[in-house]
Design a protein around this ligand. Sequence first.
Ligand SMILES: O=C1O[C@H](COP(=O)(O)O)[C@@H](O)[C@H](O)[C@H]1O
Length: 247
Amino acid sequence: MWLWRSSKKRSFAVSLAKYVADISNKFTSERGAVTVCLSGGSLISNLRKLLEPPYVDSIEWSKWHVFWLDERVVPKTHEDSNYKLAYDGLLSKVPVPSCNVYAINDTLSAEGAADDYETRLRQLVKNGIIASSSVTGFPKFDLMLLGMGPDGHVASLFPGHPLVKENKRWVTFIKDSPKPPPERITFTFPVINSTAYAALVVTGAAESVAVHSALRGTQNSPKLPVAMVSPEGELKWFLDRDAASKL
Ligand SMILES: O=C1O[C@H](COP(=O)(O)O)[C@@H](O)[C@H](O)[C@H]1O
């Protein structure tokens, strides 16, 4: 596990952009494509330096395939949509082909949208766009960019919720999310933990207690969802000064 702590907001965003660009370049040159999973929340603004030189010009955006670790079951035009957040803040400003952007079907129920997303992922594994983990048999995305809420949730996997124990489904749904909106779909931990590269990108003082619990907690501390992120590949934490303030 690798930890990057920042004392300046600017260098935090630059370090994150360099990390994403380096991984993107590795996969696009090695296998002609890169599968990138986005979160909602503060992540998209934390990726802002990707839109500036040298990163915006060095990334082969046409080879990106974009997924969501979790999505709120709302229309794509709704202010709560993680797709809308990413589209407005990143995807509308770079030449990722629209056919490579895998948004949920927002006309379906939460159950239906989760089933549909999992079916589409299975198809993309079959045709080789998404790799498959030889260790777990779950899909192996190239890069997951995870945010974390102040309660230690990642994707839409919340502390104490039974979904954190789901070990068969690739994508599941929640109808009682403690954070609004209540209906969401989410990747499960076996999928998250099969990724090749994962970055936990955390900013803000409100998150510092959960960061401390995940990184310095004792065995007696309750295990937050964020502490269950343990990929077979590489995990890096990107913390700004406020999020790291209790370490
Ligand atoms: O609801 C959500 O929250 C988490 C954390 O958001 P943040 O604003 O505290 O960074 C986010 O990672 C997730 O994708 C989103 O649906």
